[in-house]
Design a protein around this ligand. Structure first.
Ligand SMILES: C[S@@+](CC[C@H](N)C(=O)[O-])C[C@H]1O[C@@H](n2cnc3c(N)ncnc32)[C@H](O)[C@@H]1O
Length: 199
């Protein structure tokens, strides 16, 4: 078996079902995670993020799962503080990288982070699910004024995800198809404008 069958489009699943599906994915990781596609997508995210912020001070990996993207993020942005967050405690418990700082969050927010505390929010294989608008607003709150959200999107979820981001006030600054992973895109967003004090 190399696929998990889901009878409805994953963008329409509740957060509870998203968590269950993702926990099943991790339990069957050896069979269902295509390491080469994951690597191709992650490297495209990191390249897009580095093009925006070469030396970020702080990075949030939103929807980190077991934190499997964190070693590569650390390799590229070693000087930054890196936090992974996820709503799924079993996924976090499966920690792939035992040195990573992993934080459990509530699926509808709020996020337990200070305003403007991250230069980069990265998110890998998350936004093909519908992330609640309250969480998209919270992510906007925790990104620094000159920061960026860099995320992957896939297949039929692309248009709906971009619409949700635009409605919150994010501005898309680029979109790159992932070489070697057909249907996957890496989108870069700047946070909604707000009353600027400092970053
Ligand atoms: C397919 S997994 C990807 C995990 C990891 N980024 C990777 O590349 O392997 C999606 C992750 O996003 C998390 N997630 C989805 N919606 C979320 C939400 N609203 N709040 C927090 N985590 C969420 C899930 O629990 C899951 O761990």
């Amino acid at each position: 078996m190399d696929r998990i069958y889901c009878p409805s489009p994953v963008f329409e699943l509740s957060v509870t079902l998203v968590a269950e599906l993702c926990e099943l994915r991790l339990a069957l990781a050896d069979e269902v995670i295509d390491e080469s596609a994951h690597h191709a997508v992650l490297m495209t995210v990191i390249a897009a993020a580095a093009a925006e912020r070469d030396r970020p001070r702080s990075i949030l990996d939103f929807g980190t799962g077991d934190g499997r993207s964190i070693p590569a993020i650390r390799d590229r942005f070693g000087a930054a503080s890196i936090i992974g967050c996820d709503m799924s405690r079993p996924s976090l418990r499966a920690a792939y990288d035992h040195e990573a700082v992993l934080v459990q969050i509530a699926p509808h927010g709020p996020l337990p982070f200070a305003d403007r505390s991250f230069d980069l929010v990265l998110s890998v294989f998350v936004f093909h699910f519908a992330v609640p608008a309250a969480v998209l607003r919270e992510l906007a709150r925790v990104i620094s004024t000159s920061g960026r959200l860099v995320c992957t999107v896939y297949g039929g979820a692309v248009a709906r995800h971009r619409m949700a981001m635009t409605l919150i006030g994010y501005r898309q600054t680029s979109s790159t198809p992932v070489p070697d992973a057909v249907g996957h895109w890496v989108d870069v967003w700047s946070p909604p404008p707000r009353a600027a004090t400092a970053t």
